[in-house]
Design a protein around this ligand. Structure first.
Ligand SMILES: *[C@@H]1O[C@H](CO)[C@@H](O)[C@H](O)[C@H]1NC(C)=O
Ligand SMILES: *[C@@H]1O[C@H](CO)[C@@H](O)[C@H](O)[C@H]1NC(C)=O
Ligand SMILES: *[C@@H]1O[C@H](CO)[C@@H](O)[C@H](O)[C@H]1NC(C)=O
Ligand SMILES: *[C@@H]1O[C@H](CO)[C@@H](O)[C@H](O)[C@H]1NC(C)=O
Length: 346
């Protein structure tokens, strides 16, 4: 159930215009040559800010982000303090405690946090979220209604009780998630509107590894991330024999996604009854691609794209069961990068 919650929280796809501000904090222990802690800020899934404990410098990743920080120096100060000592201290203490609870003496351990808020520009409704993962498993989630932490693993109970008792921090978390975060999000949208509210249509292609593998409908280069893609048969949306991928970021600030169709039980003469539909929020025209052998590109010699950790934090969380095409994450053996096998971007 928790896994489901996680997925619906971060892979929401709907026609309502929801905006989000999210912070991803990743701390590692036992990883040589890698910053102890990395923080990424995203608005609408676009990376807008970055910092790590090695440099302790908060970098804006978009022109409008730089302008935003220039105009709001007190926020830059806040981010710098968070990145330089507040978060590192908290994470260090928490990893120390978790290692003890999990009976771990050494090795590589990763503690991650996602917090932030979503805001619906029509209803003006917002939700805040704050949760932690340890070594790829969800361990703690804040319940904003009861203002208590929920331990998702027995080993996290000690931390939960400690954090529940810290009233000042709890009050701050609530204020941050329900008031400060939505306020900063709205301000960001204002500064970044020419870029965040633009639309870019993707190129869509059909890919297949071998003649018997599923056919992957792959869209890349779209913006914003509010998009849906599905397979149809005779114009009816299919729920069976499809495998829905997640929306993933490209290096150029656009997004990609894919949805696979298992063709093993489809007769060749029925292929023409199938098509793949891509819909982008704010754009009327759908992109429809017919299932046709002639247009399928085989995926032999696919390129391996290495996503640097800071742009892919959220994929460290254990979701291997629903991502057959993003091959299993390899533990960072050089400490700095995670490799993922993705379809080529173009
Ligand atoms: C903790 O680890 C030690 C050493 O490996 C082992 O002897 C002990 O049984 C473990 N305790 C628990 C509670 O797992
Ligand atoms: C909400 O966002 C959409 C898309 O950017 C825009 O068309 C609409 O006018 C906005 N609504 C309000 C109330 O600002
Ligand atoms: C991911 O979750 C599965 C099932 O819950 C588990 O068997 C597997 O060991 C986990 N992998 C990691 C890297 O934690
Ligand atoms: C496709 O469907 C067939 C039969 O329904 C099944 O045996 C096979 O495992 C499926 N393949 C994938 C990749 O899901």
């Amino acid at each position: 159930m928790r896994k489901l919650l996680w997925l619906t929280l971060f892979c929401h796809v709907s026609s309502a215009v929801k905006h989000s501000l999210k912070y991803f904090v990743t701390a590692s222990s036992g990883v040589p040559n890698f910053p102890e802690l990395v923080v990424i800020a995203q608005v609408d899934d676009v990376v807008v800010g970055y910092c790590n404990t090695d440099s302790k410098i908060v970098e804006a990743k978009q022109d409008w982000g730089k302008e935003y920080l220039d105009d709001n120096p007190q926020q830059l100060e806040w981010y710098t303090a968070e990145c330089s000592y507040n978060q590192p201290d908290l994470f260090k203490a928490t990893i120390f405690r978790l290692k003890k609870e999990f009976n771990q003496s050494g090795g590589v351990h990763i503690l991650q946090k996602i917090n932030g808020c979503e805001w619906d520009n029509e209803t003006e409704e917002g939700i805040g979220f704050h949760q932690y993962g340890y070594d790829g498993e969800d361990i703690l989630i804040l319940d904003l209604k009861t203002l208590t932490w929920i331990a998702l693993k027995p080993q996290a109970v000690v931390t939960k009780l400690r954090w529940d008792a810290d009233m000042a921090r709890m009050k701050y978390n609530k204020d941050f998630l329900t008031r400060i975060c939505p306020d900063w999000l709205k301000k960001s949208l204002d500064y970044g509107k020419s870029s965040l509210l633009r639309t870019e249509r993707p190129s869509v292609s059909l890919l297949q590894k071998t003649p018997s593998s599923p056919v992957s409908c792959h869209a890349t280069g779209f913006f914003p991330h509010r998009a849906v893609m599905f397979w149809r048969k005779d114009g009816e949306k299919l729920h069976e024999d499809v495998d829905q991928g997640e929306i993933l970021p490209n290096h150029d600030g656009t997004f990609q996604m894919r949805v696979d169709l298992n063709i093993s039980s489809i007769n060749p003469e029925d292929w023409r009854r199938y098509d793949c539909v891509f819909q982008l929020s704010g754009v009327e025209d759908d992109i429809v691609t017919k299932l046709d052998k002639a247009v399928i590109r085989t995926n032999e010699g696919k390129s391996e794209i290495t996503l640097v950790l800071q742009f892919s934090c959220k994929f460290i969380f254990n979701k291997t069961h629903n991502k057959p095409h993003v091959s299993d994450l390899t533990a960072p053996d050089n400490g700095a990068e995670l490799s993922m096998r993705l379809y080529p971007e173009t």
